[in-house]
Write a protein that binds this ligand. Sequence first.
Ligand SMILES: *[C@@H]1O[C@H](CO)[C@@H](O)[C@H](O)[C@H]1NC(C)=O
Ligand SMILES: *[C@@H]1O[C@H](CO)[C@@H](O)[C@H](O)[C@H]1NC(C)=O
Length: 186
Amino acid sequence: MFPLLFLIFLLHPKILITITEASRCTISTPLKTYEKCISLPTQGATLAWTYHAKNATLDLAFTGTFISPSGWVACGINPTSPSMTGTRALVAFSDPSTGSLMVLPFILDASVKLQSTPLVSRPLDISLLSSSVSSRSGIRDGDTIQIFFTIKLSPNRTRVNFVWNRGLYVQGYSPTIHPTAASDLA
Ligand SMILES: *[C@@H]1O[C@H](CO)[C@@H](O)[C@H](O)[C@H]1NC(C)=O
Ligand SMILES: *[C@@H]1O[C@H](CO)[C@@H](O)[C@H](O)[C@H]1NC(C)=O
């Protein structure tokens, strides 16, 4: 009885998608251990975090995967809406001059959707206390990286939107558009 049930479970198409797309989240990272974690609904990404109410700081560790060696992996906070526009993002990619993994801040204002000018890194207008990126392997297609960051929240506004994505190509220091399949727009 049990082996038969198990087989049906694996063959059911919807469940199969869940198995391949969702990565199990973990609260422990090489840098620190967090209080909570969730498996994000797309791209096999996960998020671990701790909110310190005493000083209103939020520590985050995002795990995502590269889809190209010349690509980018990003995550960020949108203080006002659950969308790309308005997101204060940290984008990880290979430094074109040194080849090492780096992370830069970008403000995704309304012009980003128009793609009229390359995206240029600039300091975030939220209280970013620290940020770093690490990879256990490298920056090949399928390689997993972690973006760690700490932000200070207003004690009265501790609900934020978390946004993430990844793309195939970085032009100089400008990440270019992500794929536009439904799961990449989610
Ligand atoms: C905030 O508080 C936590 C827990 O007490 C502490 O570990 C952390 O270093 C503090 N962060 C800042 C920026 O003061
Ligand atoms: C939080 O809200 C309370 C009540 O509205 C207000 O008195 C307080 O000044 C606010 N604190 C901050 C840091 O905005």
